[in-house]
Design a protein around this ligand. Structure first.
Ligand SMILES: Nc1ncnc2c1ncn2[C@@H]1O[C@H](COP(=O)(O)OP(=O)(O)OP(=O)(O)O)[C@@H](O)[C@H]1O
Length: 233
């Protein structure tokens, strides 16, 4: 059997009887950047949490690297949560050590290189970092993991334009487009469109579009935004 990176079949998730995901079937295997785009409440975080093994679907199937994901899948998957997961009492360097103890495939050298470039000192206390620098540290710790699948839930949310641009540059620069797949959720498609290899467009718990961006542009002569508008008609 060939390994598929992420595949779901008729995935449904209900919270208190109300569907957040409604029959999601996707099959993603190519490395590169996947944009998971959709308005607030469309189900992006729920889908990422199920792929990360943090939530169980109400119905349907999900496989990540041909395995049913659970909390132990973290050696294959790096998940960047929307909520802040850093410990205030640590210094940036201690956070690096903490991650390297937790994840065997974590590269402290790569994390330190990123922090150096971002001009964040290893002795800086997490609690004294600005919001932008916290977001940078959180992302650096995630990108320093050598895993086949990175799940980034709204990494740009709540940040100013300069930090957002830098965060996108870090993702492009430090993910390995030859052998890593990065699924990045956002509701601002225009900002990420130039970097996307694949678009997943969600609305009301359904996938309305799942397409390779080069195929869209070259075969169908459409931009991602145009293709999204078309499926909404
Ligand atoms: N723990 C929960 N309990 C009850 N309802 C929830 C829970 N988490 C999400 N929902 C609901 O499920 C739906 C999908 O939410 P989800 O967070 O997956 O969407 P999203 O696209 O990530 O939204 P956002 O862009 O605002 O983060 C929404 O209607 C939301 O209110």
């Amino acid at each position: 059997m060939t390994t598929r990176r992420v595949s779901t079949e008729d995935l449904t998730k209900k919270y208190l009887g109300k569907p957040a995901l409604n029959g999601v079937s996707i099959d993603l295997n190519e490395p590169g950047i996947v944009g998971l785009v959709g308005p607030n409440g469309s189900g992006k975080s729920t889908l990422l949490k199920i792929i990360a093994g943090l939530l169980k679907p109400s119905k349907g199937k999900v496989l990540v690297m041909n395995q049913v994901p659970d909390r132990l899948i973290s050696k294959e998957t790096a998940y960047l949560s929307e909520v802040d997961s850093l410990y205030d009492y640590q210094k940036a360097g201690e956070a690096v050590t903490f991650f390297s103890r937790m994840y065997p495939e974590f590269s402290p050298e790569k994390a330190k290189e990123m922090l150096r470039e971002l001009e964040i000192d290893l002795n800086d206390k997490i609690k004294h970092l600005s919001k932008g620098n916290r977001a940078r540290v959180k992302l650096a710790l995630t990108l320093a993991r050598d895993v086949p699948l990175l799940l980034l839930d709204e990494p740009l949310s709540g940040l100013d334009p300069i930090v957002r641009e830098e965060i996108l540059n870090m993702i492009i620069r430090y993910t390995n487009i030859e052998n890593q797949m990065t699924i990045l959720s956002t509701h601002e498609v225009a900002e990420v469109e130039p970097f996307l290899d694949h678009i997943l467009f969600m609305k009301e718990g359904r996938i309305l579009l799942s397409e390779n961006v080069e195929t869209l542009r070259e075969t169908q002569g459409k931009s991602v935004v145009e293709a999204m508008r078309e499926v909404l008609k």
